[in-house]
Design a protein around this ligand. Structure first.
Ligand code: NCD
Length: 452
């Protein structure tokens, strides 16, 4: 169990891109600009501070740019760069590791881990700020900050941009964080997944619920190398209805002006046996398309084969810039989380690490990759948030955000259970409610009722 007395209620973590308000993100861009103007002039900002990088998965850019950023701010760095050399290989839990390292060893932690939701576990158990350096296929919020910062500098704005996301949209954590941020800036997203690697439903639901994003089929026919490999292009937009009316046929939006194409590699370490023979490949001929005339080419890197090397010289290619700007962007983020710079902007209303409804969920997370179903089985209690606007009730895992429909509502004390739409269910006070997915689940937990 989490020892709540250890958790500092005023610390800020970056677990999800939702942990920063839009205004905070924009203000951090300006600080990043200042840091970037002379990267070597800031060695007093975090003097005496120690950052620990705990990387339980491979990394080049993320870890090294964090370490460079902290060294440029005048702080020190300790690192566990290979899980084989850590006590994880002996069976130590992430919770125990961050309790120790985020105590007297370090003042800020950057964590990368293969399980979805791991960064939330780290943030809950560490006394010091935790930054998510990528947790499974879930989120990678600092890559999104770098992506947004690069795009903002390139285009001068983020609002209303037309951004194509191409390749493995299912397992790319960079894509998920980027989608939420793009939706917040009211950019329009064109998804061009490699078949079988579509954007997960839980991401689409969240885009619809939290940002009013609607999906329509899209045609982007003249992008050789990338359009043909995807027969499921979709247009995701949060435009107001009167703007939507501009599209003659909403079921098929013709995209003929693209501001950015974001390529991703197939995340082979997260799936087995899926054929990627015809995976999309961006080449010079893709960029000759009329729609791509002003399209910046983006990639979180590492690139495998998704972008031809002879595209590197094209002025529209900005993927190495994304990596370069990672240092000033991460300097700004860490200076902020360490309280060395103050932002005028207000934080988001609800930080993602806030506790959910531990007692009220009789279910387990459906995501087999979630940390609660892996190393957390030993010590984590299921924790869900109720997305109350939904009927039937939808609970989302407080760690990995995967959603589950809870069609049965039980009474915690009376141990009775009812279908969510029965009057008896509605009469149960919020603090007595326990949600279940199925009758069998409720019965197994000892709940009985008219519905059973
Ligand atoms: C990404 C990651 O680790 O998710 N890399 C990165 O941090 N820049 C993208 C990837 O590995 O494909």
């Amino acid at each position: 169990m989490i020892d709540r007395s250890m958790v500092n209620p005023t610390k800020r973590d970056l677990v999800s891109i939702e942990d920063l308000s839009t205004e905070e993100i924009l203000e951090l861009f300006h600080h990043a600009d200042e840091f970037r103007a002379n990267l070597r002039a800031w060695s007093d900002v975090c003097r005496g501070t120690i950052m620990a990088t705990l990387f339980f998965e491979p990394s080049t850019r993320t870890r090294l740019s964090f370490e460079s950023a902290m060294l440029r701010l005048g702080g020190g760095v300790i690192t566990a760069a290979d899980e084989k050399n850590t006590s994880r290989s002996k069976g130590e839990s992430l919770a125990d590791t961050v309790r120790v390292v985020g105590g007297s060893y370090a003042d800020i932690l950057v964590v990368r881990h293969p399980e979805d939701g791991a960064a939330r576990v780290a943030a809950r158990y560490a006394r010091v700020p935790v930054i998510n350096g990528g947790d499974g296929a879930h989120e990678h919020p600092t890559q999104t900050l770098c992506d947004l910062y690069t795009l903002w500098k390139e285009k001068g704005r983020l609002e209303g941009l037309e951004v194509v996301l191409c390749g493995d949209l299912r397992y790319s954590r960079t894509i998920h964080s980027f989608c939420y941020a793009l939706a917040r800036f009211r950019a329009n997203i064109v998804t061009m997944p490699y078949p079988g690697f579509e954007l997960p439903d839980y991401v689409l639901h969240r885009l619809r619920r939290d940002f009013g994003v609607q999906a329509a089929a899209a045609s982007v026919s003249d992008l050789p190398g990338i359009a043909g490999s995807s027969n499921a292009a979709a247009y995701l937009t949060a435009s107001r209805p009167h703007q939507l009316a501009l599209f003659t046929n909403l079921t098929n939006v013709e995209v003929n002006r693209i501001d950015a194409i974001y390529m991703t590699r197939a995340q082979r370490e997260r799936h087995t046996g899926q054929d990627t023979t015809n995976y999309p490949r961006l080449s010079r001929s893709t960029l000759r398309a009329a729609a791509a005339k002003d399209a910046s080419v983006m990639h979180p890197l590492p690139r495998v084969d998704e972008i031809d090397y002879d595209v590197d010289d094209d002025p529209r290619s900005i993927y190495f810039r994304q990596a370069e700007l990672g240092v000033p962007m991460r300097m700004a983020l860490m200076a902020f989380l360490m309280g060395k710079i103050q932002l005028r902007a207000s934080p988001p209303l609800l930080l993602s690490v806030a506790p959910g409804m531990t007692a009220g969920a009789g279910i387990r997370c459906r995501n087999e990759r979630c940390i609660t179903n892996n190393e957390g089985v030993r010590y984590l209690v299921a924790d869900f948030r109720l997305r109350d606007a939904e009927v039937p009730p939808v609970l989302s895992c407080a760690y990995c955000e995967r959603e589950t429909e809870a069609r049965f509502v039980g009474h915690l004390e009376a141990r009775t259970v009812h279908r969510y739409n029965e009057p008896e269910a509605r009469q149960i006070a919020a603090e007595h409610r326990v949600y279940f997915e199925s009758e069998a689940q409720a019965a197994a937990a000892g709940f009985r009722g008219s519905a059973l």
